[in-house]
Design a protein around this ligand. Sequence first.
Ligand SMILES: C[S@@+](CC[C@H](N)C(=O)[O-])C[C@H]1O[C@@H](n2cnc3c(N)ncnc32)[C@H](O)[C@@H]1O
Length: 522
Amino acid sequence: MGEFWVELLESFDESPELFEELFDESPELFEESPEVFEEPDCELELAPLLLVVWVFPCPEAQAARDASTRTPHKKIANPERLRRTDIRSSHRHVGERTEEAAPGPSGSCRGPERHYDARMPLLGLTLTPAGEERLAARPPQLALSDVQTRDVEPGRPVRLLDARGRTRAAGVADPENELLRLWSHGDESRAPDAAFLRGKLAAALELRRTLGLADGESAYRLVNGEGDGLSGLAADVYGPFAVVTALSRGLLGHARLLAQWALELLPATGLPLRGAVLKARLKASGNAPERSKDDVVGETPPDKLVVRESRVPYEVHLRGGINVGLFTDMREHRAGLGRFVRGKRVLNTFAYTGALSVAAARAGAAVITSVDLAAGPLAWARANFALSGLDPAAHRWEISDVFRFLEAERARRAAYDVVILDPPTVSGARAALWAQKRDYPELIAAACALLPDEGGHLWISSNTHRGPSVLKQVDAGLALARREAQLLELGGLPPDYPTPLNWPAARYLEVCQLRVGGPLPD
Ligand SMILES: C[S@@+](CC[C@H](N)C(=O)[O-])C[C@H]1O[C@@H](n2cnc3c(N)ncnc32)[C@H](O)[C@@H]1O
């Protein structure tokens, strides 16, 4: 395999936005056929790298698009200048509150990460005129180019000042992504210290309690970046453990603090949280993708853990990769599928750990065919069946490239009543790389070809981040297939994934269910 492709594929894992930018800038690359994709032995290795692209759309990639992804983050060129800015920014301005932050639970600094927590003055950054204008809409982030000083340390708490020196917002600098993460605005601008994070976490927990998700055994999203006022950070709970993810190395200190507070707050409210895994999803630096090793706060979770979703058990693996085996943003769409499958022949493409297959089997589907490139996740899927008391042997498991499988099934005139399409944003396992935003209509048409002549049902997910809406893809796919359909259901993210009204980029998921009619006459 060429070195370029090794680097590209590795970078999928930690930096899907790098791939998206590459796709936008050089679509011709995706016409090529790197030989790795033809080698069956590579499948196991390749699949986990590919699927990550689907699950972590990066809303901030849009804002960062203008910046070069290959530029290593900036070193502080002139520390003297930084110190001067500090002094200036520590002056109080009219109407501004001063934070005397409580120290974090441990206050420890580890590795390259650092949490600026205690009584340190915020670094004042003066907005450009365009930045001031953009800030008026109270966005959860701004580009680093919206302030006049761009040399700022990763993770550094900052306040943004207008031309008159008044504080307009506060947050943290994320130069690795060329962003400023804005965690508070206007008169409410506050230092992102321990007390602040604790407040955000308490408010986030309150919502999940209201939703009935915080019950000590379920999997749910506890903190959803911008939607919970903490752009750049996410926390997911899996029963008694959590995974806290930072979108840059500089945010790891804040992620650690969030994990530490979660380990205090949840048990204090009767929830048995025992440990949290810290993960960083990093942008590429130079030509090499960066990686950060998982770190654990509190108790280390077991390699395999069983969590529940609406009382259905699923196995998750919290350490190792970015993906743990269960996508909680699909919870309601798994339940939605169940209403259409009783007694039906179901084809689940890109099945991964079989969560949708489990949902279909529990809802009484006659037989489910689960297809995935990777043998490991399919074995995991069978374990998930067993956990639900379902017999995996009563169903079909195909380790195959979906595109080839669909062709072969069409050739042998196979038919399925329900076809599930839940592809990653890109897939490399066929003659040319497949990209959702470009090639989805063909995939939808290939799925339609397996529906019976009298019609059938499609369940289709789409990552709409910087791509067309799912209904646009469906429209184009049905036109290719020469079929008509009715929309039965259209949904997006569940309520434990709140998003700001003024930040549509955060709403990356769309799922629809369709009743598809028979082929139209020529
Ligand atoms: C986003 S995950 C699918 C999530 C899954 N449907 C669920 O409900 O959890 C993507 C999966 O697609 C698989 N995959 C990627 N490209 C593929 C291909 N060309 N053929 C078959 N599987 C593929 C990966 O191995 C991975 O398991």
